[in-house]
Design a protein around this ligand. Structure first.
Ligand SMILES: [Zn+2]
Ligand SMILES: [Zn+2]
Length: 349
């Protein structure tokens, strides 16, 4: 089969590999139909490398089951599925209370074990979810960012009528604005530096967009919120400027949720520290997503909302690409040669 393989940082190519074999009886073999590029894949491929190399990358995917292990009971050949990419250890303190996303010793498809940017992948039954009727392979490959956005929004304890801001309109940001609306925020503000992404956010229902390239973001927010700031702020850009603006734009008792992976040091000036304590802000981290059943199975909920057409992911797809073009595609994204949202590798292309 063809497989996008990372040999070392910035050394990526599509190579001929053996179709993986089912080793444990609780595994299935999937023919991959779509595999998205995650925001985390770009630095992984271009700078940092993966935990283990060479490795087939890719963890946001969907496909059709073509073979099942002996003990697999809930899935069968021809089932259309997606999969949660994290395999928890099941033993650590966090696994014991069902916080699998915080597991101390996990495996991960596409960074620690072989991923899905290939024609086939072997996956454990416990990670699988069946696709509902109205969720096609391309949409299903985005269940991961939909769930990550839901997990972050879950930290906001939203009350209907509250206001919210999203910094950074990558795929997760464009989905987060939809969840905020669904969960009852009356005013949702979206901030980015690309007008194309702001235009898309407007189509997806935000009340105000601010282009940070040519506007004073904080002034615009304070204007719009009558100097109060927003009740909820979701930071997804992972950049020291927006990380600071997230605090500056929150209201008293506001909740600031950091979800964008950071590659920059943030200097927190005393003015903002004092704002956190005087305004009794909640500064919260959010990491990954979960298929644990409580409070809700975020993956199942995400698929349900996509099935009902309430969360729209199709407009986020900017590129459908071939496995063979992986090197050019990652360079395009890393060097920002084109404006992109979700880039999907389609093995059948
Ligand atoms: Zn991801
Ligand atoms: Zn664990």
């Amino acid at each position: 089969m063809r497989a996008v393989t990372l040999f070392a940082p910035a050394n990526l190519s599509c190579v001929e590999a053996e179709v993986p074999k089912i080793k444990d009886s609780n595994e299935v073999l999937i023919k991959v139909k779509a595999c998205g590029v995650c925001g985390s894949d770009i630095p992984r491929v271009m700078i940092k490398g993966a935990h283990k190399m060479p490795i087939i990358i890719g963890h946001e995917f969907s496909g059709e089951i073509v073979e099942t292990g002996e003990s697999v009971s809930s899935f069968k050949v021809l089932d259309q599925v997606t999969a949660m990419p994290l395999i928890p250890c099941g033993k650590c303190e966090f696994c014991q209370i069902g916080k699998y996303n915080l597991c101390d010793d996990y495996l991960y498809y596409g960074s620690r074990i072989p991923g899905a940017m290939a024609q086939y992948i072997v996956v454990k039954e416990s990670n699988l979810l069946k696709l509902p009727k109205n969720v096609d392979y391309e949409s299903a490959a985005m269940t991961d960012p939909v769930s990550v956005a839901l997990h972050a929004i879950g930290k906001a304890n939203i009350n209907a009528g509250q206001s919210a801001i999203v910094f950074g309109l990558g795929a997760i940001g464009l989905i987060a604005i939809q969840w905020l609306k669904i969960l009852g925020c009356s005013e949702v503000i979206a901030i980015d530096i690309f007008q194309e992404k702001l235009d898309l956010a407007e189509k997806l229902g935000v009340d105000l967009t601010i282009n940070a390239k040519n506007n004073n973001v904080i002034e615009a927010i304070m204007d719009y919120t009558h100097n109060k700031g927003a009740d909820i702020v979701i930071e997804l850009a992972g950049n020291k400027i927006t990380q600071l603006q997230a605090i500056q734009s929150a209201s008293k008792m506001g909740r600031v949720i950091y979800c964008g992976i950071s590659y920059d040091d943030l200097l927190l000036p005393s003015k903002e520290v004092n704002k956190i304590l005087r305004g009794e802000l909640f500064v919260i981290g959010s990491w990954n997503s979960s298929i644990a059943p409580l409070p809700v199975n975020e993956w199942k909920t995400s698929l349900d909302f996509m099935d009902k057409g309430k969360i729209k992911v199709k407009p986020l797809i900017s590129h459908r690409v071939k496995l063979e073009d992986c090197k050019e595609v990652f360079e395009m994204m890393y060097y920002k040669k084109e404006i992109f949202n979700k880039v999907l590798f389609i093995p059948d292309l």
